[in-house]
Design a binder for this molecule. Structure first.
Ligand SMILES: Nc1ncnc2c1ncn2[C@@H]1O[C@H](COP(=O)(O)OP(=O)(O)O)[C@@H](O)[C@H]1O
Ligand SMILES: [Mg+2]
Length: 383
């Protein structure tokens, strides 16, 4: 469907929704955003904004009725309403049945086990007391990783339990899973795209370096500094995972590369992803255009990278909350290959994702040096 009149509904109006709308605008595609506040980043760049909660059954049903195609920019949406819309003939990508599995980390892990997709050993639990019992009986021993089944994003639903006192202080409430604490050499991600015609393409693997405190990606490096063999294996695995989920659109596959060069799938996101932002400035086809191509049944675009790239998140500085003020942008823009993307959030908070910067260069080393300069120069504060 290449149509400049059909309505594409997007659940969620954050930065991913905004960048999807911007890509859609290049083709004059019509985008409609559903989110709770007209202040969200995408509201300013879409064709139609509807105010409402994408977790509410009736709201999603009403929003979807007059749309030709529905997609998401966040997986925590009302999937029952999406199933009802699908049954009434509205096209939904990614498929609600895949979304239902993916938005529950417990079901996601079971899916990997059932489909022979390598992942860290795990077990599901009803609550923190059941976890304590499993430790007391010797079935699980410290250290391990506890993850909330449904509440998590950006590390908020993940707790690393290392000591006996962590069992009292750091266990998260509610249904969860335990995973063995995996030795990680490098965290990588591969974004795959698939259309209705069952074509699949994958982007080169990226390397994700995490902020130790905020659990947000601090720097993303593409191509990842891994062997060509591991890179090829990671891309092949991502292709297998997107076919297993039967997803049309993007699927970002986060993986752990262990010191013995084993690849484990950590989690997936069926939408544009932080680890693909650099593609706007460094690849032949951006992940946002690719998502549109895939959900609209268009030919998929080339995923080749034009130049090495580093992506840094622009995070709210610790200690500042309130109306946002950006410092140091002029200095950054004076450097060649520095592409600043600000999401348009009016208020800053410590570690809030306010934007990102992609730095391209002829060499990865050159891009990393410039990225470090950007990180120490661009500051998000409140005055
Ligand atoms: N089993 C594990 N072993 C070691 N580190 C882990 C494990 N699971 C998660 N982590 C660390 O925690 C981060 C966040 O976990 P993840 O499951 O990706 O949650 P989120 O939804 O917050 O991204 C990972 O990127 C990784 O750094
Ligand atoms: Mg993650």
């Amino acid at each position: 469907m290449f149509s400049t009149t059909k309505k594409i509904g997007i659940l969620g109006g954050g930065q991913l929704g905004k960048m999807l709308c911007l890509a859609a605008a290049n083709w004059d595609f019509k985008t409609c955003i559903l989110d709770t506040s007209a202040d969200v980043p995408a509201a300013k760049v879409c064709h139609e904004f509807s105010k409402g909660n994408f977790n509410d059954y009736q709201t999603v049903l009403d929003f979807g009725r007059d749309k030709d195609l529905i997609t998401i920019e966040i997986e925590h949406v009302n999937t029952e309403a999406l199933e009802a819309l699908e049954a009434s003939g509205v096209e939904i990508h990614p498929a609600p049945r895949a979304l239902k599995i993916i938005k529950d980390k417990g079901l996601q892990k079971q899916f990997y086990a059932e489909n022979d997709i390598p992942t860290a050993h795990f077990e599901l639990f009803d609550d923190a007391d059941a976890v304590r019992d499993a430790v007391a009986s010797g079935r699980w021993s410290l250290p391990f990783v506890q993850k909330s089944r449904t509440a998590g994003y950006d590390g908020k639903g993940v707790s690393i339990i290392r000591t006996k006192s962590d069992l009292d202080a750091k266990l998260l409430p509610g249904p969860c899973l335990l995973e063995i604490l995996t030795p990680i050499q490098t965290e990588i991600a591969v974004i795959a795209a698939r259309n209705k015609q069952d074509e699949v393409v994958t982007y080169p693997a990226v390397e994700m370096d995490f902020h130790p405190e905020a659990n947000l990606v601090e720097m993303l490096v593409c191509p990842a500094r891994i062997s060509p063999l591991v890179a090829a294996q990671a891309e092949a695995l991502a292709e297998r995972v997107i076919r297993a989920f039967d997803v049309c659109g993007l699927l970002a596959v986060e993986m752990f590369l262990t010191p013995d060069q084993q690849i484990l799938v950590n989690e997936v996101a069926p939408r544009p992803h932080n680890s693909g932002h650099h593609t706007i400035d460094s690849a032949i086809t951006s992940q946002f255009e690719q998502h549109l191509r895939a959900i609209c049944g268009l030919p998929l675009g080339a995923t080749r990278q034009i130049q090495p790239a580093v992506m840094v998140n622009v995070l709210g500085e610790d200690g500042f909350s309130g109306p946002v003020h950006y410092e140091g942008a002029d200095e950054c823009l004076a450097m060649e290959g520095v592409h600043i993307h600000l999401y348009g959030k009016t208020e800053t908070r410590p570690f809030r994702k306010m934007g990102h910067v992609t730095i391209t260069d002829d060499t990865l080393e050159g891009a990393i040096v410039k990225a470090q300069k950007v990180r120490s120069t661009l500051r998000v504060i409140s005055v």
